[in-house]
Design a protein. Sequence first.
Length: 171
Amino acid sequence: MGKAKKEHTKATGKKRAEDAGVKKKHGAAKRPPGRQKPPLSSAAIRKFRDLLIDHKERIMRDVATLRETHLHSSQRDATGDLSGYSLHMADMGTDTYDREFGLAMVTTEGNIVYLIDLALRRIEEKSYGLCETCGKPIKVERLKAVPWARLCIACKKAEETEGGNPAWQPS
């Protein structure tokens, strides 16, 4: 192929790409369709990362305290009763309720730690602040309220309406 023909082919290919509205960039990562660039600056992302880590550390301390006070102590240790039996049925019911409440708290806090870990992974993957369903940016106000949020308000409402995650689950 002659030099003139190669140049014509390159120019024609470039022209066709321009006509189609496609810009060729070398080394540019392609975003999946519908995904936008996160609206957060690198300073804001660092701030949210620090906030997530602080939340995680606080929750881990709280879980350790709950485990010590409610889950690792026996009913006898919790009540100080030497016989191991409550003197009254109501006391036994209260003790059981306290232990079950502590277990529920540990489970909920564990779920939040999991969501925080996912948010930290999204920060590493540079997708933090984007809705996992529609790909649009999550409003900063929502991220300030729930920094581990993975859905925008509209998608979260739709998920709750359709019977997905329960409304109490913070995502």
